[in-house]
Design a protein around this ligand. Structure first.
Ligand SMILES: NC(=O)c1ccc[n+]([C@@H]2O[C@H](COP(=O)([O-])OP(=O)(O)OC[C@H]3O[C@@H](n4cnc5c(N)ncnc54)[C@H](OP(=O)(O)O)[C@@H]3O)[C@@H](O)[C@H]2O)c1
Length: 241
């Protein structure tokens, strides 16, 4: 079987669960050596072990992406471990639903600092290495980047911001051969929804492996292809039943 990323290294944040874990498994199945980041070591190690059992290579590197020093250390540790960086996937994220007046300043800051500032800090720290490898950035955005949702002021603002950041990364990256794009999945069954959707609704959502398959396709697509933001929606609305 051809493994399209066998000489490449991917750094995936939010890799201990949900979309990040599924994307890590998908990129590893193409031969990418993976650095898995998130705050908790145990779920990262679990995914790293799964990848190892399937014949791939992955290391767990705990880090809080909202912390500038930890983000820089994460990139440095990835380079120390694998010697290069080809693909950065920003999937670390947080959804906390609250009406505008219930959105405390602390909640706003927390969501923005992970979903937007964290992605910015990592893109900036990874940039010189991605220039060297003519690498790629995938920002896991959301349909909340293009429309508003009730009780999601902070989340929608963070994802709209990620949109703008990604557009600029695509422009600034192009002269260096860096391809940057956003993937905007609709509701997907991950721990993100544990508090806010019923089991029945969650069952009808898209699955992380479905989105990860799309990301794998995008990352391995011929490099002369340029992508705008890629939306993936559920043919069936999980809330409409
Ligand atoms: N599920 C959906 O319906 C959906 C749809 C569109 C977009 N998205 C986006 O997809 C991304 C992944 O979410 P998910 O659905 O897979 O949910 P998830 O399973 O809750 O994953 C979020 C991950 O981010 C990590 N994380 C949170 N804060 C972090 C921080 N400060 N530093 C490092 N890692 C951090 C978490 O691990 P730790 O807690 O261990 O740090 C967790 O593994 C998010 O950006 C989300 O906005 C999700």
């Amino acid at each position: 079987m051809t493994r399209n990323l066998s000489d490449q290294v991917a750094l995936i944040t939010g890799a201990g669960s949900g979309l990040g874990a599924a994307i890590a498994r998908a990129l590893a199945s193409e031969g990418a050596r993976c650095a898995l980041a998130g705050r908790r070591r145990a779920p990262l190690q679990y995914v790293a072990d799964e990848i190892g059992s399937a014949g791939g290579e992955a290391v767990a590197i705990p880090a809080d992406v909202a912390d500038e020093a930890q983000g820089a250390a994460l990139v440095a540790e990835t380079i120390r471990t694998f010697g290069r960086l080809d693909v950065l996937v920003n999937s670390a994220g947080l959804l906390r639903q609250a009406s505008l007046v219930q959105t405390s300043t602390a909640l706003w800051d927390e969501v923005l600092s992970i979903n937007l500032r964290g992605a910015f800090l990592l893109c900036r720290a990874a940039w010189p290495h991605l220039q060297r490898s003519r690498g790629q950035i995938i920002n896991v955005s959301s349909m909340a980047a293009v429309q508003g949702y009730l009780d999601e002021a902070a989340y929608c603002a963070s994802k709209h911001g990620l949109n703008g950041l990604t557009e600029v990364l695509a422009l600034e990256g192009k002269p260096h051969g860096i391809r940057a794009l956003a993937v905007r999945p609709a509701a997907t069954e991950t721990p993100l929804w544990e508090r806010d959707a019923s089991i029945d609704v969650r069952r009808r959502m898209m699955k992380p492996d479905q989105v990860a398959g799309l990301v794998r396709w995008l990352v391995t697509a011929p490099r002369n292809l340029e992508f705008g933001p890629v939306m993936v929606r559920n043919f069936d609305d999980p809330w409409s039943h």
